[in-house]
Ligand binder design. Structure first.
Ligand SMILES: [Zn+2]
Length: 531
């Protein structure tokens, strides 16, 4: 008696090989058998006639390392998007090791947070001890590594400090991290120089890790910033992944051509370079990270207080945003106040769904003053969406065989009413589905290739051999969908609407999504890199 039998489906095995008709049986969380016809009984049978049966999708870029601390977190949004594994700890941030920064919206008290996050070892022990919606694997964020050793300020590490950073990186890799991430626009990651990053990269590389990076600039500085990532890759030998690859700034439209040529040239020369991408032109990041980092070197709280108190300092900071763009590219500069949408506000939720320009008009304040007051009223916790990217560059990157999918979002807790207006981003619920929809409607890839880049390819790139393929013995992570019907219903006004076309999502043999909706099952595990 099998636990689960999927009958009459069309299997796409995740390797890029042609689809084939077969039945698939699941036992004890693993794929037990794949055969043209399986007649043995099963506790549960799914009739997949007319549907595609593929490995569960891998969301290669999420920020759920913070949200999973909350026991109420489900990650239903990623599951309903067809993702069965999330790679978290991106953009230089992982909740561990604790270095003095705490966000009160993370779902646990500061005391508990400190305890869980005191080390990689304690963080992994906690993550192992609680159920997750999808499987999770983690990068070590370079922000906490630097923050723990050097605090929040600028400055170059001395040899003793470098050795401390290397030791933390070693511990992270021993715990099973996939490598390390940077967020070179965020404090304190932003203060790290290339040489410092090379030293950390050498340690991660010795364990088989990957370097994934939110680069310093994605607009005017795009080429230079990618070059820095490749310098780190070349000097340390580590494979490089460019996070949420994009071109920021309408005046930079078309720059993807040059970037693609540059990356391919280096791939031909032998470098391992990949990227991840979300398929929407609205970027998103905390609003506080749009303030030049030099105003936040004493921490967010102090920096924000000083900006609230001094009109002169606010004037300087705003001037810097619009004039010192070589030093730091703020989304306020590239999108303008009218292109900055408030997607989340920890306290003043009545402001969600407005642009900064609208908020300024309503409050009769100058836009930058309105932004600072908004941050202050929300203890710095405001999420923004910034409209400054171009669909043509998005599609050009999507057409590259080395680009994978990453939502760049985190797990939601209890399911939100799909009719809810504003307060999220469509990529939170529909990165995989929208990507497949764009590929299908623009004729970019065969479905087999498209699925490979969502499954077998990321599993190989990141050293996760038990997932990403339909093969006997591997984890029974399976997504069953109607390719012709796949459709993203969510948009910026209705960011919680449910996708069409995802029928079942199975995590470690358990049915987490049925007819497109989360069943409540949290069957995900923590995965560790294995090469
Ligand atoms: Zn990022």
């Amino acid at each position: 008696m099998y636990d689960l039998l999927i009958k009459n489906g069309t299997l796409i095995d995740g390797t890029g090989a042609p689809r084939f008709a077969a039945d698939l049986a699941v036992q004890d969380g693993r794929i037990a058998r794949i055969a043209p016809q399986i007649t043995e009984p099963a506790r549960r049978v799914i009739d997949a006639r007319g549907l595609m049966v593929s490995p569960g999708f891998i969301d290669t870029h999420t920020h759920s390392d913070g949200t999973i601390l909350d026991p109420g977190s489900t990650g239903y949004n990623h599951l309903e998007d067809g993702a069965t594994t999330e790679l978290a700890g991106q953009c230089g941030s992982l909740a561990a090791p604790y270095y003095g920064e705490y966000s009160p919206d993370c779902g646990v008290s500061e005391e508990t947070y400190k305890e869980i996050c005191q080390s990689y070892t304690s963080f992994f022990a906690y993550a192992d001890s609680i159920p997750h919606g999808a499987n999770l694997a983690f990068f070590a964020g370079q922000g906490p590594i630097r923050g723990k050793v050097m605090g929040l300020g600028a400055g170059k590490p001395n040899e003793a400090q470098l050795e401390e950073m290397r030791a933390l990186m070693r511990e992270a890799m021993e715990c099973g991290c996939l490598g390390f991430s940077t967020g070179l626009v965020y404090t304190p990651s932003v203060f790290a120089g290339t040489e410092e990053l090379i030293e950390i990269a050498k340690v991660a590389h010795a364990y088989g890790g990957v370097y994934t990076t939110h680069i310093r600039g994605e607009g005017n500085q795009l080429k230079d910033s990618i070059e820095e990532a490749l310098v780190i890759g070349r000097a340390s030998g580590i494979p490089v992944n460019i996070s949420h690859i994009k071109v920021i700034g309408h005046h930079n439209e078309g720059a993807s051509r040059e970037i693609i040529d540059y990356i391919e040239e280096n791939q031909k020369a032998g470098m391992a370079i990949t990227a991840d991408q979300y398929p929407f032109t609205g970027g998103s990041a905390p609003l506080i990270s749009q303030i030049p980092p030099k105003y936040l070197t004493e921490g967010k709280e102090t920096g924000l207080r000083r900006l609230v108190e001094s009109a002169e300092l606010r004037r300087q900071a705003e001037w810097s945003i619009f004039h010192e763009t070589d030093e730091f590219e703020s989304n306020i500069y590239s999108a303008g106040y009218a292109g900055c949408l408030i997607a989340g506000a920890y306290k003043t939720t009545e402001h969600v769904g407005k642009t900064l320009a609208q908020l300024a008009e309503e409050t009769g304040k100058a836009p930058f003053d309105a932004a600072i007051d908004l941050l202050a009223a929300n203890e710095g916790i405001v999420q923004g969406i910034y409209f400054s990217q171009n669909q043509s560059d998005l599609l050009r990157f999507l057409s590259q065989p080395w680009v994978m999918a990453g939502s760049d979002w985190s797990d939601y807790a209890a399911p939100v009413d799909p009719a809810t207006r504003a307060g999220g981003h469509p990529r939170a619920v529909s990165t995989m589905v929208h990507r497949l929809e764009l590929i299908r409607d623009n004729g970019l890839w065969s479905l087999e290739d498209a699925v490979h880049r969502l499954t077998g390819m990321p599993a190989a790139v990141y050293g996760l051999p038990t997932i990403g393929r339909l093969k006997e013995g591997l984890a029974a992570d399976i997504t069953i969908f109607d390719y012709a019907a796949l459709h993203t219903e969510a948009d910026y006004d209705h960011p919680f609407r449910r996708n069409r076309g995802i029928e079942y999502v199975i995590v470690n043999g358990g049915i987490a999504v049925e007819h497109g909706a989360f069943t409540g099952l949290k069957n995900g595990k923590v995965l560790r890199m294995s090469r």
